[in-house]
Design a binder for this molecule. Structure first.
Ligand code: HZT
Ligand code: MN
Ligand code: MN
Length: 446
């Protein structure tokens, strides 16, 4: 509850329509009558009108003032700014907007109408609901982020703004025991700037301020019951980077188009690379080819596990692995004006308990107790150092490093191309359903 503004404060926040696009509430979801949300928002409307009427009225007119019949409570169509209204209240009856449904092509065309496949599809399954719930939170948080993130802001403030919005919209502040496991951040927010392509999150005390000429990858993971939506976009304030962003957006869309049942991941990588590398960008009179970053990949996603065993390359490869019915993939591509290859560099913020952690006896007591905190709060979900800070953990670095050297916790260092280069990323999560592929995180923005 600490991060939640008190009710009074919440009602003072300005109110905006929910993010549009795939997330537009339909007539039988968010626009349906529901008396239990934002009653005070409605009332304050009435109060404002009443106050205006009273101020303008004098003498006899004031005496005869008749009370308007109480309006029926309006629907909870409004998200607050910053976003703090539960997605489950904006979309009652456990019905969340679908992502973009794309029909299969060629030998899989029959699936969309197949009786058997429709049966398998189980449209009302819990897991689809959880994914759509998480995806709607993702769209609303990023809509706010895209409008509000500006040069001059500290990275740490940007991170706290996005992270508290995610936690508020799915309803778990994550401070009570096991809360983070129900819903919240699916992995640490990525705020990776310029030649840093991925896995940067400001640790406590970070002083970095976003600059006008920066290119920032914003990678947000939202989970509901372990169903992780992994989706990222790139922000730039100088239009000189437009071709870089366009290249990566087109490459990711090409990857999504190529994905499907029996699609071979190596071939998808080839198509992504073709699209990506058809672009170039001019900077200060120099023309740079846009390269696919060859050692970054998309990946499948399992419950409570951000990467499964399948990778989706973003350059041509001989990997014959096929996508299958029921798989969930993060299709992500990265373009660069640099070498097109990344290496580990800089202070680590991202960590996760290893699924295959050895059961060795820990000799360091600080490592032992930290491990218990990690298991209870994050399970196998990745987390950032600041997520330990907010749970009240202190002076844990020795214990943490010990867990990493014992192979119990995996560290994910920032991934950087060469200094002075610029990198961009776009990413969506897609469900390979029996009848269609659903681009669960699609919005009207990307
Ligand atoms: C690892 C740790 C995290 C997964 C991709 C990714 C952000 O590069 C197989 C393919 C969060 C995510 C991940 F804390 N990684 N997507 N979004 N990062 S990855 C990977 O480690 S493993 C790609
Ligand atoms: Mn991601
Ligand atoms: Mn990913």
């Amino acid at each position: 509850m600490a991060a939640q503004p008190p009710t009074e404060e919440l009602n003072k926040l300005s109110v905006s329509e929910p993010a549009a696009g795939a997330g537009k509430p339909g007539p039988d979801t968010a626009t349906a009558t529901n008396g239990n949300l934002n009653q005070d928002n409605d009332d304050s409307d009435d109060d404002a009108e009443d106050a205006a009427g009273a101020a303008g009225a004098t003498g006899a007119a004031k005496k005869k003032k008749k009370r308007k019949p109480k309006k029926k409570k309006k629907n909870p169509t409004a998200q607050s700014d910053p976003p703090r209204v539960l997605i489950s209240q904006l979309f009652p009856n456990n019905t969340y907007p679908k992502g973009e449904e794309v029909e299969y092509v060629n030998e899989n065309r029959y699936r969309t109408t197949s009786e058997e496949k429709r049966h398998l599809d189980n449209i009302n399954s819990e897991f689809l609901t959880d994914y759509r719930h998480a995806a709607e939170a993702h769209r609303q948080v990023r809509h706010w982020a895209q409008k509000n993130i500006k040069p001059g802001q500290k990275l740490i403030d940007i991170a706290e703004g996005v992270e508290s919005s995610v936690r508020a919209l799915v309803g778990h502040e994550g401070l009570e025991e096991g809360d983070c496991l129900k819903a919240g951040m699916g992995f640490p927010l990525g705020l990776s700037i310029n030649h840093c392509a991925a896995h940067y999150n400001p640790n406590a005390g970070n002083k970095i301020v976003l600059q006008e000429d920066d290119v920032m990858k914003v990678d947000i993971g939202v989970h509901v019951n372990g169903r992780i939506v992994d989706s990222a976009f790139t922000m730039a304030f100088n239009p000189r980077y437009d071709p870089l962003l366009a290249a990566v957006k087109a490459a990711t869309d090409a990857g999504i188009r190529e994905a499907g049942i029996d699609a071979r991941v190596g071939e998808i990588g080839g198509v992504i690379q073709e699209v990506m590398e058809s672009y170039e960008m001019e900077l200060n009179g120099v023309t740079y080819p846009i390269k696919s970053i060859r050692n970054l990949n998309g990946h499948n996603i399992l419950p409570y596990s951000i990467h499964g065993t399948k990778s989706v390359p973003i350059v041509k490869s001989n990997d014959q692995t096929k996508m299958e019915e029921g798989d969930v993939f993060a299709i992500e591509t990265f373009g660069s004006t640099g070498l097109g290859v990344v290496r580990d560099d800089g202070e680590i913020s991202h960590y996760a308990l290893r699924g295959d952690a050895p059961k060795a006896e820990l000799r360091l007591s600080s490592a032992k107790s930290l491990l218990n905190v990690i298991k209870k709060n994050f399970g196998t979900l990745p987390w950032a150092r600041r997520y330990l800070d907010r749970l009240g953990q202190e002076k844990y670095l020795l214990g943490l490093n010990n867990l990493v050297s014992n192979g119990i916790v995996e560290a994910y260092p920032p991934l950087v191309d060469k200094k002075g280069s610029y990198t961009a990323q776009y990413e969506h999560t897609i469900l390979i359903r029996p009848t269609v592929k659903e681009v669960i995180s699609r919005g009207d923005d990307y």
